[in-house]
Design a protein around this ligand. Structure first.
Ligand code: ADP
Ligand code: MG
Length: 142
């Protein structure tokens, strides 16, 4: 599914809509729902997570967890691997991600997820973000 958003708010709304879809889809027996976000700096990944959190009823300001790798808001886990060296598997285990996405109650959203592509669960939903111009983004849900 391909979306064009023309403002920050539109990208938040898309995050909110996808949160609703995830809730409607409900628990899946294989583990957490994992969203892998891919796109350059400023492409709108964190903005999308803010909308997603709203849709999940998270009452907190979502900021990028760049310096601490991961934050959680109840069962929503927000991970940012920007500073992670490519393919550093041990780090994923260090922050307990394997356990976290093993729990079907959790929703895990990961920025720069391509860095740990081979470690992610098979049912991961991939979402790519591309900047078209200053306020326009192409967002593709794979
Ligand atoms: P990332 O997490 O991918 O680095 P951010 O979400 O932190 O990106 O930043 C996106 C920036 O682009 C924000 O300053 C946001 O206000 C701006 N922006 C402008 N138009 C859009 C849009 N259509 N969707 C998302 N962000 C947009
Ligand atoms: Mg970000």
């Amino acid at each position: 599914m391909e979306y064009i958003t023309k403002s920050t708010e539109e990208t938040k709304s898309l995050g909110k809509k996808i949160a609703t879809d995830l809730i409607v889809a409900g628990r899946n027996s294989q583990g957490a729902r994992v969203l892998a976000l891919v796109g350059d700096l400023g492409a709108g990944k964190t903005t999308f997570v803010q909308g997603l959190a709203l849709g999940l009823g998270v009452d907190a300001r979502i900021i990028s967890p760049t310096f601490i790798l991961m934050r959680n808001y109840g069962n929503l886990y927000h991970v940012d691997l920007y500073r992670l060296e490519k393919g550093v598997k041990r780090e994923i285990e260090n922050i307990g991600l394997t356990d976290i996405w093993g729990n079907p109650d959790n929703i895990v959203v990961i920025e720069w997820a391509e860095k740990i592509k081979n470690s992610l669960p098979k049912n991961t939903i991939w979402i790519t973000f591309e900047s078209i111009d200053e306020n326009e983004r192409k967002i593709t849900v794979l």
